[in-house]
Design a protein. Structure first.
Length: 215
């Protein structure tokens, strides 16, 4: 029996498979069975797949819009994922279309802190950040969309440039995700950059005055 929840999960699955397909990531899909804190981490989810499905510690987890987090532990049939908004979360990022590098830090909410590696970094509000990738693709495969820059702090004399980032994935409404087993084709570059949001069209109303009655 199909209901709204089932249809939403199918739509989420299609989206994450489309994203993985563009980058030629080898993935395995999973359902989110719980969300909360685990041990020393405050922001985690539990998946319904584990080592029996090829999932290992330090594998990247994605959703249709981009990065979700990283696998921290597994059993035979379940996995614990550290979400990217956890205060302990760190990931190296690069600015799409540029070579500027930085580090994104979880803040426990929907907004993230960004520290660029150089104060000369050419970064602007609206820029898209992608995962820089790790050695051996673990814990992070390259090219995954992470978020969009919402604020840049330009302070004279700083050794680094800092800013704020809005993540692409709503971590509070996850139902289906995928674990990246490997990046078969290597770094996809900017292939996964989402389209910029289009501004709402401006509606112009023309009012024609009524002719004044002849007196």
């Amino acid at each position: 029996i199909f209901n709204e929840n089932t249809l939403a999960q199918l739509e989420s699955l299609k989206g994450v498979l489309d994203l993985a397909g563009k980058a030629r990531y080898k993935t395995v899909s999973a359902r989110v069975i719980s969300k909360g804190g685990t041990g020393t981490f405050s922001e985690t989810i539990v998946l319904d797949i584990g080592s029996n499905s090829g999932v290992r510690r330090d594998m990247t987890v994605i959703a249709a819009s981009g990065l979700v987090g990283v696998v921290k532990s597994t059993t035979a049939a379940s996995s614990i994922v550290l979400l990217m908004n956890d205060p302990s979360f760190r990931i190296g990022v690069r600015v799409a279309g540029k070579q500027d590098m930085g580090i994104l830090l979880g803040q426990g909410d929907k907004s993230y802190s960004l520290q660029m590696l150089s104060a000369r970094s050419a970064i602007s509000v609206g820029d898209v950040l992608l995962a820089r990738g790790s050695s051996g693709d673990r814990p992070f495969v390259p090219g995954v969309p992470v978020g969009r820059v919402s604020y840049v702090e330009n302070t004279v004399g700083q050794l680094t440039k800092e800013g704020r980032v809005n993540g692409f994935v709503d971590l509070n409404s996850l139902s289906v995700v995928s674990v990246v087993l490997s990046a078969v084709a290597g770094d996809p570059g900017d292939a996964l950059v989402p389209q910029a949001p289009r501004p709402a069209p401006t509606v112009t109303v023309f009012v024609t005055p009524s002719p004044s009655p002849e007196g």
